[in-house]
Design a protein around this ligand. Structure first.
Ligand code: SR1
Ligand code: MG
Length: 406
């Protein structure tokens, strides 16, 4: 990333954010704004801008030229801000209610001005607290089916599709996933991070050649299979919720990749939350009910996704082979297998890789945390190695339940 690419860029501050919002004429008086930096993610600044007199507000998200989680020693392309803006706009063509509205994109400053979702909470936080979101499965299934189908070869002409692949080339962010999800956790790599008490389980994983052989296939699919514009980081921290609203945020990792990747990441994060409730829900009955709700979300998301995708396939499918008997069944069969495999990789990397999840890391009792992380490693490994035998979505929920309660 040379100096030229960043010409005119400077990190925003609570003082300079006003220069971005003033030309938008969104607020009555830009001299009366309350501005706070509220970003708690790994990579970016997030400014919350409120005008108390009118109650109007906006979010300004700015990419930094490095990964905030590590510091300036990890340079990172600013182009991810363009990718995120474009991916949100693309999703809004099909599911406007399920993404934040983008008001403005400033490529020079690598920032996006978007709808403020402060009335929502991050799904991960809500799930840790044991909150039930009755519309979650329906909304995420719709988001997945609509965005993935309409950006794929099933819908786009081959020429348009290649144009889209070109527009969403995202090599640096993909490299993060290639390393952090598919490679480093499976080797003794310095980016890994796990408690000492997990050392023998982690070493067993590193020495499991069947596991590595299967993970290599999943990594190869991530590297090569440009099926659709995937969100690329669809964990429960990339989803904002209320009781009746769901908004998918943060598609800076978007690129043309395997359809199963988004679905797998979502399911993996629900599975990790499932495990964490052995700590977060001390009452056994309450815990059981909530854990079963999480499995229902997985099953309902898959069923509704399949239903919607099938309907799109039958009504809008462009390729002549989509009418050939068995082609659709073959597609869904492979999709579920890959979904489960990708879910396994995500479970393992969130447990022993660089970027963890609060669901497990917030467990104060170290012994409990290690015990649950150990189960997570078993689960991830089984999902990767046995994905070909898990041919129904209920096999996935049974596996999560079985390993968690073993
Ligand atoms: C250095 S970035 C670490 C992780 O945060 C992002 O949200 C992605 O999940 C990435 O793997
Ligand atoms: Mg993110």
């Amino acid at each position: 990333m040379g100096g030229h690419a960043n010409a005119g860029y400077h990190p925003l501050t609570t003082e300079t954010v006003v220069q971005v919002v003033a030309p938008l004429n969104h607020f009555a008086d830009v001299n009366q704004l309350e501005i706070k930096e509220i970003g708690d993610g790994n990579l970016n600044y997030v400014f919350h801008v409120v005008e108390p007199a009118t109650g109007k507000s906006l979010i300004i998200k700015q990419a930094l030229p490095y990964a905030k989680v590590v510091g300036e020693s990890w340079p990172l392309t600013l182009d991810r801000a363009r990718i995120e803006s474009e991916a949100l706009r693309r999703a809004a063509e099909y599911v406007p209610a399920l993404v934040p509205k983008v008001h403005h994109t400033d490529e020079r400053l690598a920032c996006t001005v978007m709808e403020d979702l402060s009335d929502h909470v991050i799904l991960r936080k809500g799930l840790i607290q044991g909150q039930v979101y009755p519309k979650l499965a329906e909304h995420i299934a719709t988001f997945l089916a609509q965005t993935l189908f309409h950006t794929s070869d099933f819908f786009l002409s081959p020429l348009d599709k290649k144009e889209q692949v070109r527009a969403f080339i995202n090599p640096e962010l993909c490299k993060i996933t290639e390393d952090l999800v598919f490679t480093d956790p499976f080797f003794n790599h310095e980016t890994n991070d796990f408690p000492e008490a997990l050392q023998s389980s982690v070493e067993a994983l590193w020495n499991d050649l069947d596991l590595k052989r299967e993970t290599a296939k999943l990594k190869h699919a991530f590297l090569t299979r440009a099926e659709a514009l995937v969100h690329g980081d669809l964990h429960t921290g990339s989803i904002f919720v209320t009781a009746d609203s769901t908004k998918v945020i943060d598609p800076e990792f978007a690129y043309y990749g395997p359809i199963a990747f988004d679905i797998g990441q979502f399911f993996a994060n629900l599975a990790l939350n499932y495990l964490s409730h052995f700590h977060h829900s001390p009452d056994p009955q309450q815990r059981r009910t909530f854990q079963e709700y999480l499995l229902e979300v997985i099953e309902e998301t898959w069923a509704r996704f399949k239903e919607q995708f099938t309907q799109l396939w039958q009504t809008k499918g462009q390729d002549v082979y989509m009418r050939v008997a068995g082609v659709e069944d073959d597609f869904f069969e492979r999709l579920l297998e890959d979904t489960i495999g990708f879910a396994g990789c995500e479970v393992i990397r969130r447990t022993i890789g660089l970027a963890h999840v609060a669901d497990l890391d917030s467990i104060s009792d170290e012994e409990t945390q290690v015990r649950l992380k150990d189960k997570a490693l078993t689960l991830g490994s089984v999902l990767i190695k046995q994905r070909q035998q898990l041919t129904r979505i209920t096999h996935l929920s049974e596996t999560i339940r079985g390993i968690a309660h073993a």
